[in-house]
Structures are given as structure tokens and as C-alpha cells.
Design a binder for this molecule. Structure first.
Ligand code: PGA
Length: 250
């Protein structure tokens, strides 16, 4: 049985004041424990402070990205080892906003994935097709290409210590959630790609769905056999919504 994981991607939102009340509400809401694992991914400047606030409360801390390089003259970049140093256990990599808005390609994302693991963190690899790609019947091919780029560089063994998030681009921030059947179909395909290389790793790999997950639709998504939790954007910024999603995963 794969333990479910609910991850919050705060994107570029927050302030010290806002974070403090959100974290306090989450900690209070999870006081009695939960059957699911919980991860939150705030912006870089807040990681250390939030990590301290989370200490001992059983909520994991993650970053939203990391540099492919370990150290050096890379102005503005943040190394995975630094993220670990400030208390992160995870880092998102290959989010569609990084791919589309910051021109990150499969090759760079694969290098970042490896750098994140090299620093001892768990990568949360995001893959997914655009609306046009789905319309053209290319969904399977797109996730094969995105996953294949990482498999080629990191090997199937790397997926024993990683999380994959299927995030159809057309569902992110749009309120147009994939149906549970649409999510399940792609999740089963993703697990199959890994299973063709290593069945045991595929069986234990946690596959999250992301794209307009809300408290109201989480339970039906998480009921699908290959959906092991969610990567949540907008709804992770509201304590009651995020707690509702975590409850649906428990
Ligand atoms: P959303 O974002 O939940 O706001 O659609 C999901 C994500 O981008 O990870």
C-alpha cells in the first residue's frame, strides 16, 4: 500500500505575516495526526523560518525548484544542498510554469532532478501535457518524453526515492480539474513506463495528481487506484481547503 501524500505548492505567494498564520492553522488542524504525508513548498526566502516553525509537527518542507549545479558562480540560483541545509526534504522540479515561462527543457530538468537527489532531497518531478497536446491525442507521448528524459539520465533506480506529479497544464490554476478517469488513465500509463524498467519501484512510486485540486474534488481523485495524493497550488494557501484535501487523502 502506498501512503498518500498531499503537497502544497505556494508558488510566488506569501509574506512572513501571512505564512505565520497559515502555518499555525495547519499545525492546529493536524494536531491529532493524519494518515497521509503532508509537504509544503513555500518560496525560498521563507523556507528557513517556516522549517523552524514546522519542527516536530510532522509536516515536510520542500522548495519549488533547485539549481542543476552544486555550487559556484551562478548568480541568483539556489543549490539543492542549501535547501537541505535550511530544512527541506523535497524539491519540486520541472513544474509546467518553469518549463513554459522560464524555458526549462527536459535536459535541464533531468540535471536538476539528479542534483536534487545528490543533495539527499526527494525530487517531486512534474510532467503533463498542454490543452493542444491533449486535443491532438499526444498526452501519452508527452509524458513518455518528459519522464524518459529523466529515466535516461537518472535510471529507473532513482525513482525509488522520488515522487512524480502528473499535472495537465490545462488544469493548473484554471478550475478545470481533470476527471478522476482522465487522471487515472495517465497515472496508469506513467506507472507502466516505470514498470517496464522496474516493476517493484513502479509499484512503490507515489504518483500525485495536480491541477485545480480542491477539498470538494480531492476524494474522488484520490479514490483512483493510481492516484496517490495531490500537488495543490491555489487551495494550499487556504488552511481550511488544504486541511480538507489532507482529510480526503487520509
Ligand atoms: P493549482 O496548481 O492547484 O492552483 O491548479 C497546481 C500546481 O501548479 O502545482
Amino acid at each position: 500500500m502506498r501512503k498518500r501524500l498531499v503537497a502544497g505548492n505556494w508558488k510566488m505567494h506569501g509574506s512572513r505575516q501571512h505564512n505565520a498564520s497559515l502555518i499555525a492553522e495547519l499545525i492546529a488542524g493536524l494536531e491529532k495526526g493524519t494518515a497521509a504525508d503532508v509537504l509544503i513548498c513555500p518560496p525560498y526566502p521563507y523556507l528557513h523560518e517556516i522549517g523552524r516553525a514546522l519542527d516536530g509537527h510532522g509536516i515536510w518542507l520542500g522548495a519549488q525548484d533547485a539549481c542543476a549545479e552544486d555550487e559556484g558562480a551562478f548568480t541568483g540560483e539556489v543549490a539543492a544542498a542549501m535547501l537541505r541545509d535550511v530544512g527541506c526534504s523535497h524539491a519540486i522540479v520541472g513544474h509546467s510554469e518553469r518549463r513554459a515561462l522560464f524555458n526549462e527543457d527536459d535536459r535541464l530538468i533531468a540535471r536538476k532532478f539528479v542534483a536534487i537527489q545528490r543533495a539527499g532531497l526527494t525530487p517531486v518531478l512534474c510532467i503533463g501535457e498542454t490543452f493542444d497536446e491533449r486535443e491532438q491525442g499526444m498526452t501519452s507521448r508527452i509524458v513518455e518524453r518528459q519522464l524518459g528524459a529523466v529515466l535516461d539520465v537518472a535510471g529507473p533506480g532513482a525513482f525509488a526515492a522520488s515522487v512524480v506529479a502528473y499535472e495537465p497544464v490545462w488544469a493548473i490554476g484554471t478550475g478545470r480539474t481533470a476527471s478522476p478517469q482522465q487522471a487515472q488513465e495517465v497515472h496508469a500509463h506513467i506507472r507502466g513506463i516505470i514498470a517496464a524498467r522496474d516493476a517493484k519501484i513502479a509499484d512503490s512510486l507515489r504518483l500525485l495528481y495536480g491541477g485545480s485540486v480542491k477539498a470538494a474534488n480531492a476524494a474522488e481523485l484520490f479514490a483512483m487506484p493510481d492516484v496517490d495524493g495531490g500537488l495543490v497550488g491555489g487551495a494550499s494557501l487556504q488552511a481550511d481547503e488544504f486541511l480538507g484535501i489532507i482529510e480526503a487523502a487520509a
